[in-house]
Design a protein around this ligand. Structure first.
Ligand code: GLU
Length: 474
């Protein structure tokens, strides 16, 4: 793909250049590197839908980046800026993301060029079902080979329509609910998926702050408590990340949205801002906060942690030299360009990369897919048994010691884990382990300067192994 007109690398090229830093560290054979980096397949579909008496033609893509593991996994984005290069870049990120957090999937991504706010619910349903049919009939939607999920502009509602479309096309497929993840719980979704990406961001940052050397290297100290955070993008990911982080004592000092930014150095009330956003479609006029119309400038404000949680390329070579954050936590996919990444590194600003930090969504998607294949809710068989065992343990302790066990321990022990407990436990464990591997690799290799390269080295090693073991050369 040639560079864009203004000579800026495309999003796809930016991702590839970041991956190349890891390829160099690994001294990977060029042919193998090329095989790993390239997209396996991309389809472009164009289909008509009759809307309010007129025929409208929609264009969409689905890219499968890697099939070293199946199914290939990744969201479907609805936005007017969607294009093939973006979908390919996002599909590549999915491959690396899954490998980093040990989710046994390949990478994929889809996009439909549409402004979902311009269509009624019933129209969106017809468009989505038609898009799903296009994908399914071409082998780009199936529980075994390609499983979409929500992304920007899509959510539970679209996923339910996609699953239902697949079910009607392939009623004999007993695993039809596993054809898509991020569904509503009543349609086979798993509890905790909706907030999973934001919760994963919080678990990842909690783990970062468990390592004082890493915290010091970023010019910070202590834990999350009291840290000043700026969030850019207050959609599903940004809102949930902000909510969990403020429950941990962090202060959300600014929220940047499409209609400007609001600021409060004592911390914004996250849930109230969210309710205001739902009612008014933006942050403007949120009572009691300082409002700035030029939202993008607020990325450069004083803070400890900057969390871009919206779209790609918001931190580029122009604003990277001026950022005051000590830590940039990439909740969005690709928010920092290759050039900006280099500038931040040279300035000593630590970046926790997207392919690790926002992987919580796909981790819980994996749990949902497994739940769908098992056809049973997590915890259904063992919850009461665990509860009973806890109660018996308590009784034994109290009888042996003659003392009453404190209330909070009684509560913990007599609670059998439900699906949400299990999902959150699996997510927390995954985010902790992945960060530990990334930081250990960074610390042990002189050639690896940053978390992103470390994460990509880990991912590529796993993908390389899968390729070679399964016989790429036959
Ligand atoms: N769209 C999300 C992402 O970019 C989730 C993908 C998934 O759950 O498959 O990671």
């Amino acid at each position: 793909m040639p560079p864009r007109k203004n000579n800026k690398p495309s999003f796809r090229q930016s991702v590839d250049m970041m991956v190349d830093r890891a390829v160099e560290v690994l001294e990977l054979e060029p042919g193998l590197a090329e095989a790993i980096k390239g997209c396996n397949a991309v389809i472009e579909v164009r289909f008509p839908v009759e809307i309010r008496g007129k025929i409208r033609v929609f264009t969409g893509w689905r890219a499968t980046h890697s099939i070293h593991r199946l199914p290939a996994k990744g969201g479907i984005r609805y936005a007017t800026a969607v294009n093939k290069d973006e979908v390919e870049a996002l599909a590549a990120l999915m491959t690396y993301k899954c490998a980093i957090v040990d989710v046994p999937f390949g990478g994929s991504k889809g996009g439909l060029c549409i402004d979902p706010r311009k269509f009624k619910r019933e129209e969106m349903q017809r468009i989505t079902r038609r898009f799903a049919k296009e994908l399914a009939t071409r082998g780009f939607l199936s529980p075994a080979t390609n499983v979409p999920a929500p992304d920007m502009g899509t959510g539970q509602r679209e996923m339910a329509w996609i699953a239902d479309t697949y079910k009607h096309l392939f009623p004999e497929d007993i695993n039809y609910t596993a054809s898509v993840t991020g569904k509503p719980v009543h349609s086979g979704g798993v509890r905790g998926r909706l907030e999973a990406t934001g919760r994963g961001v919080c678990y990842a940052l909690q783990e970062f702050f468990r390592h004082p050397e890493d915290v010091r290297a970023a010019g910070l100290d202590g834990g999350l408590d009291g840290k000043r955070i700026i969030i850019q993008g207050f959609g599903n990911v940004g809102y949930h990340a902000a909510r969990f982080l403020s429950e941990d004592g962090a202060k959300i000092v600014a929220i940047i949205e499409h209609d400007g930014a609001i600021m409060d150095k004592d911390g914004l009330p996250v849930d109230k801002v969210h309710a205001h956003m739902i009612e008014n479609g933006g942050v403007r006029e949120f009572p009691g906060a300082h409002y700035v119309e030029e939202g993008k400038a607020i990325l450069e404000e004083e803070c400890d942690i900057l969390i871009p949680a919206a779209i790609e390329e918001v931190i580029d070579k122009d604003n990277a030299p001026r950022l005051k954050a000590k830590l940039v936590a990439e909740a969005a996919n690709g928010p920092v360009t290759f050039e900006a990444d280099r500038i931040l590194r040279e300035r000593g600003v630590v970046v926790i990369p997207d392919a690790y930090l926002n992987a919580g969504g796909v981790v819980v998607s994996y749990f949902e897919w497994v739940r769908n294949l098992k056809h049973i809710r997590f915890g259904r068989m063992e919850r009461r048994l665990e509860e009973l065992r806890g109660k018996h343990t308590l009784k034994a302790i109290e009888e042996a010691t003659g003392k009453k066990v404190p209330e909070w321990i009684t509560k913990e022990l007599s609670h059998g884990p439900d699906e949400l407990d299990l999902v959150n436990s699996g997510l927390d464990d995954t985010m902790r382990l992945a960060f530990q591997q990334i930081r250990e690799l960074k610390a042990s290799s002189e050639k690896v300067e940053d978390y992103r390269t470390a994460a990509y080295v880990i991912a590529i090693e796993k993908i390389e192994r899968a390729y070679l073991e399964s016989g790429i050369y036959y």
